[in-house]
Design a protein around this ligand. Structure first.
Ligand code: SAM
Length: 321
């Protein structure tokens, strides 16, 4: 790292954790990401930077940022055609732990190659334990395939976490079943408070929202929860279950974690975003000198909120979850 080009804000924050959003489309139509009007569902592939250009860009970022991990996300990253070569090249040239967040639909056949290419860990979105609720949320069929992929990832020895967005009237009756599935596979499960993003920015947010407090009280009816220490810059707070296992809650709304946020988002068109609250893309694909790149990164750092997430008109699908 070039110490002369420090990227830091007045609160002492910098970027350590990079989320690389590979595609801004997905094969699911989850109710929190897309509104259900057909024009909201992205139809086709877009022209993105070649994967080796993305690696070049990340290598340049490493010269001015103390990056310590990379997460591949989207949209749906497993639909990115060059996923395996990308993971291999990141592993070879960047050398940081690589993880991925996925909806799991395409995972089963990719797992052996992803593991061999150097993928370190996977977060798999799992919003339901019944096919009926899964279809109601995702507007697609196929929960059984995802459950199989999750079990397979675990049996391959990969580090797996499950992510569930809790939605009132949709999956709030399935939380215990989800925890039981996670426990039976020795995996942690994190419950996400809904975020005011995309179409939820202007309507319906309150209809679906379930707070951390409500999630904890539902889980307390079955488990004894012992709070665990929060790691610096972590998105989730964790509780150990006296019955065995661990749950986490990502409470963007009830307990924002902006003050030590270290996340930077890079999309596959070569734009960066310093905060999920910001819909202003900062282009970096043409900034080749470390000084010019550091300036752009500093600009992205200014997008970070001080106290809490304020919502965004961009869907998580576009900016990268
Ligand atoms: N397609 C991948 C997946 O499903 O995991 C990666 C991208 S997705 C945008 C990343 C995560 O963000 C998923 O766990 C998804 O459930 C979550 N998510 C999307 N929109 C959200 C919202 N408005 N509030 C909370 N979580 C959201």
């Amino acid at each position: 790292m070039n110490a002369g080009l420090q990227v830091q804000d007045a609160m002492g924050r910098t970027f350590r954790s990079l989320r690389l959003s590979l595609l801004s489309y997905c094969n699911l139509g989850c109710v929190y990401c897309v509104s259900g009007k057909s024009q909201d569902i992205p139809a086709s592939n877009h022209a993105t930077l070649p994967y080796y250009r993305l690696v070049d860009l990340i290598e340049s970022m490493q010269q001015v940022l103390p990056l310590h991990k990379i997460r591949l996300t989207g949209g749906e990253p497993t639909l990115y055609k060059e996923l395996i070569p990308l993971v291999s090249l990141l592993q070879e040239r960047i050398g940081l732990p690589i993880s991925m967040t996925t909806n799991g639909t395409q995972l089963k056949s990719l797992l052996p190659d992803l593991k061999a290419a150097g993928l370190h860990s996977i977060n798999i979105s799992l919003d339901a334990m019944s096919e009926q609720v899964y279809q109601k949320i995702s507007r697609r069929k196929g929960l059984a395939e995802i459950l199989t992929a999750i079990e397979m990832a675990g049996s391959l020895g990969m580090e797996v976490k499950l992510n569930t967005v809790v939605l009132k009237g949709y999956n709030d009756a399935e939380l215990i079943a989800l925890v039981e599935f996670a426990r039976s596979n020795n995996m942690a499960i994190r419950f996400l408070e809904l975020m005011r993003m995309g179409h939820l920015y202007s309507r319906d947010f309150e209809t679906y929202f379930v707070s951390q407090h409500e999630i904890l009280s539902m889980l307390s009816s079955r488990y004894s929860l012992v709070p665990a220490l929060r790691k610096p810059s972590a998105t989730a707070s964790y509780w150990n279950l006296e019955e065995g296992g661990q749950i986490g809650i990502i409470a963007n709304e009830s307990e924002p974690f902006c003050s030590d946020c270290d996340r930077l988002r890079l999309d596959s068109y070569g734009n960066i975003y310093g905060c999920l609250s910001s819909d202003e893309a900062i282009a970096v694909h043409d900034f080749i000198t470390p000084a010019a790149l550091a300036e752009r990164l500093q600009q992205a750092l200014q997008q970070k909120q001080s106290y809490g997430f304020v919502g965004s008109t961009l869907s998580m699908l576009k900016i990268g979850g």
